[in-house]
Design a protein around this ligand. Structure first.
Ligand code: ZN
Length: 247
């Protein structure tokens, strides 16, 4: 493979500084996911540009061997400063980990990029960042072709299941289930979120006290389908708080 330089525009979804002072970043770009290293980056101007969730225009050099590409230049195209607010940061971080786990290099491309960029904007600007994160997580799953089964019981195939599936995050019929059925709003969300437009889903938020069960289902589904997402468990909102159990 010959060496080449390319311009790539993307959002930083992962960032790690090595003991040698290199910054290793993963970018989600309209052409797919890209991992690259800014050698000695922490001591130069790239340090502040290659921050998590920054939208950057980069110049990437791919050497003649199949080693990690290098970031030669990076220009900040856009940042969402409100993502630094703790309650927003947690959801943005969760989405970034999710996108990193869900998408492989070169796959899904532009649509995934647009959806992810939209998710970050929503988490930054909307009054209910948790709802944005839930809706967009399911939309990203749909785009990746991983859609929880909702028409039939995940265990026996009976139609119209309405109960949580604590193992695989899908839906179970009354006969197979040990847990009570989902409330109507949660059930409507699980059945329709993937094909509904984001706008419509944003207008019909599921009540707060129903969300821990939806996060739990998503966490189970993702763990079973793509393996455990790095730090996902710590990022998903606490699902067993007494306040929730009392509702
Ligand atoms: Zn069943």
């Amino acid at each position: 493979m010959r060496s080449r330089t390319a311009n790539r525009n993307g959002i930083v979804i992962r960032r790690r500084v090595t003991p040698a002072g290199d910054i290793i970043v993963t970018l989600l770009t309209p052409q797919g996911k890209l991992k690259a290293v800014a050698r000695g980056g922490v001591r130069g101007p790239l340090a502040s540009r290659l921050n998590l969730f920054h939208h950057v225009a980069t110049q990437i050099y791919q050497g003649p061997h199949n080693d990690l590409a290098s970031v030669k230049q990076a220009v900040l195209e856009g940042a969402l400063p409100r993502l630094a607010e703790p309650e927003r940061y947690a959801f943005a971080h969760l989405m970034a980990e999710f996108a990193d786990a869900l998408f492989q290099e070169g796959e899904f491309s532009e649509q995934a990029f647009d959806l992810f960029a939209g998710a970050l904007r929503g988490i930054s600007h909307q009054p209910d960042p948790e709802w944005v994160a839930l809706v967009m997580s399911y939309k990203l799953l749909g785009l990746a072709g991983m859609v929880p089964q909702t028409a039939r019981c995940a265990r026996c195939g009976q139609p119209d299941p309405a109960h949580p599936d604590p193992l695989a995050g899908q839906l179970l019929c009354a006969t197979c289930a040990a847990l009570p059925a989902y409330p109507a709003e949660s059930l409507d969300f699980l059945r329709n979120v993937v094909r509904r437009t984001v706008r419509v889903s944003m207008e019909t938020p599921v009540p707060l006290h129903q969300r821990p069960a939806l996060w739990r289902a998503l966490e189970r589904f993702v763990t079973v389908q793509i393996g455990s997402v790095h730090s996902w468990r710590q990022l998903v909102p606490a699902t067993d708080s007494p306040a929730v159990a009392l509702v």
